[in-house]
Design a protein around this ligand. Structure first.
Ligand SMILES: [Zn+2]
Length: 283
């Protein structure tokens, strides 16, 4: 959205979610769930507030794409927040930097009423902040992503930043199942299993599939055939795990919670060859 402000998809999002003051609508019936999720990630990830802003820098060019009051283009704050009183009485709240600039040290101020003395002082303060601004006609304004040398945003670098943060708990379960050495079809199966997306009889019933009364577990015909039952709790599945553990000479209590079970199971062997054998044998 920052680097392609004129593209069709950005215009659609702007018309749906952008507020006049430059912030975003993030609640209410018109908001889609993914939009709310995305905003919550940008705003604060479990106490990691501001991580996004810390890694994005605005580089001023011709000033046409930069909103004077609403963008963070000098320093760490937006002028509409830092000079909120001046912003409130401004008549050019939505102007770009280029639209506000008159050349030299002159700016095109426009106020709803004459300024009070203390507001004049604030304006001097603001003008001082603007003293070093130079617009370069030949270059468009740019956003730089500081985590990449190229300045271009990448999901991988954002992930690294969040993973390094003490505030973010990275889910190691997915590291476990996507580890090298496990056959892809097993990985996909476990992934579906964890998300409870396998077509077990429980899930088929939930989707309204008629099983003609055969609702129980396909192995033991007892209970309901949930993912957890089928892979962990069913006496037949349980017996398989017990024999595998005995085969490897491992003793321990079988955990009846899928994630913890996978962690325990992966811990049985080290090295990709071992992992491969264990997963093949078990699944
Ligand atoms: Zn069963």
């Amino acid at each position: 959205m920052l680097t392609e402000p004129n593209s069709q998809w950005v215009r659609v999002l702007n018309s749906k979610y952008a507020k006049e003051d430059g912030s975003w609508v993030v609640e209410g019936r018109t908001c889609s769930k993914w939009w709310v999720d995305m905003q919550s990630v940008v705003d604060a990830v479990h106490g990691c507030s501001g991580w996004w802003n810390q890694h994005v820098r605005h580089v001023l060019g011709n000033g046409k794409q930069t909103r004077f009051w609403h963008d963070r283009w000098i320093g760490e704050t937006r002028f509409c927040d830092e000079f909120s009183r001046l912003y409130e009485i401004s008549l050019n709240k939505n102007d770009s930097v280029e639209g506000m600039y008159e050349g030299g040290s002159k700016w095109r101020w426009s106020w709803r009423r004459p300024l009070f003395a203390w507001e004049e002082e604030k304006l001097v303060e603001l003008a001082n902040r603007l003293a070093s601004v130079v617009l370069t006609e030949a270059h468009p304004d740019e956003w730089r992503w500081l985590a990449e040398r190229s300045g271009k945003y990448s999901v991988a670098s954002a992930y690294k930043i969040l993973a390094k943060s003490n505030h973010v708990q990275v889910d190691t379960f997915y590291d476990t199942i996507w580890a090298k050495g496990i056959p892809p079809k097993v990985q996909v199966l476990v992934w579906q299993l964890e998300a409870d997306r396998l077509p077990t009889r429980d899930n088929l019933l939930l989707r309204g599939v008629n099983l003609e009364g055969q609702n129980g577990c396909v192995f033991c015909e007892e209970g309901s055939e949930s993912s957890k039952h089928l892979f962990l709790l069913c006496p037949k599945a349980y017996a398989v795990w017990v024999r595998l553990y005995a085969w490897w000479g491992v003793s321990g209590v079988l955990i009846n919670e899928l994630r913890s079970f996978c962690h325990q199971y992966m811990g049985l062997v080290s090295g990709s060859k071992g992992i491969k054998r264990v997963w093949f044998a078990g699944i």
